[in-house]
Design a protein around this ligand. Sequence first.
Ligand code: SF4
Length: 344
Amino acid sequence: MQNSLFYNKLYAWYESNHRILPWRETENAYHIWLSEVILQQTRVAQGLSYYLRFVERWPCVEDLAEAEETEVLREWQGLGYYSRARNLHKAAQMIVAKGWSPFPTRFEDLWALPGVGEYTAGAIASFAYNAPYPAMDGNVYRVVARLLDIEEAFDTTAGKKLFHKQIEDMLDRDNARLFNSAIMEFGALYCTPVLGDACVSCPLQSFCAGFAHGIADLLPVRKPRAKVRDRWLTYHVYVQRDNVQGTTDAVYTLIQRRENPKDIWYHLYEFPCEEHSSQPSAISHQLSFTHVLSHQKIHARFIVHPVPKMPEIPGTMIIRWEDLNDYALSRLTLRALDTLQHKA
Ligand code: SF4
């Protein structure tokens, strides 16, 4: 659909409606990469403050490469999907080691970075260098599915290939930066999952096969969702108070680091944890809640144990309660801390 009237309508809409976002106002590839990784699975409103903090703390890729992994995880805290933060750090080290600073310019080198898939490589190449690559995020899949009436699921291997071919044909190769920005923003703000009466006054309506066939709001199609797995965790919050001459001097607790790279929250810290294979019998606990991740539903309960002396549990370490925030903690642990702070 390479058609100058289509581009003109899309760009005119973009000029009048787009949001001012710091990563769209720069051609600094490192900053654009940071924003793309932060915004994977994260809403713009939430990702913005993380982006600003990362750019301020590590203004160039060399700075990020020199950071400790634990500092990066700490700064990432609350965003979830921590493998993104670990990959960010590994990629920065790879860029420096390979002499690609300030940032790789070839699409193949971008794609070779840990955590950078075809979409992110295309986004960086087009936004930073105006190179003719598409950037397919969820918003773009939706707009393309509707414009071209594609009824194949977009999240299967065959579907991805088909969509990729279509967007390659649609791409404005001389203006990839503008085209990708505009179509993403159009999906984010106008051609949204719930359409309402947007189609009625849509500037792209005359190009939209989904609208012409009356099925735009049924698109895009997804493959059926994977089943969500239930997990039951009991956390033991040991609290030891040291009293010096009758006054409370310090409060200590025990934490451990999660060491299974194939499991959630790898390398994050939490209270000693016991996992049950099925729903455990009820016992008295101080706090419980359900924490939902993409493929897992965590049923967590926390038991506070006031102790005169810490038990010896392999793999744990004793820290001051007030130092808990110096460690990269899972979101679940942070949620629990909101309540437990008052009990320790
Ligand atoms: Fe999206 Fe409706 Fe416009 Fe088609 S007509 S592009 S479905 S808003």
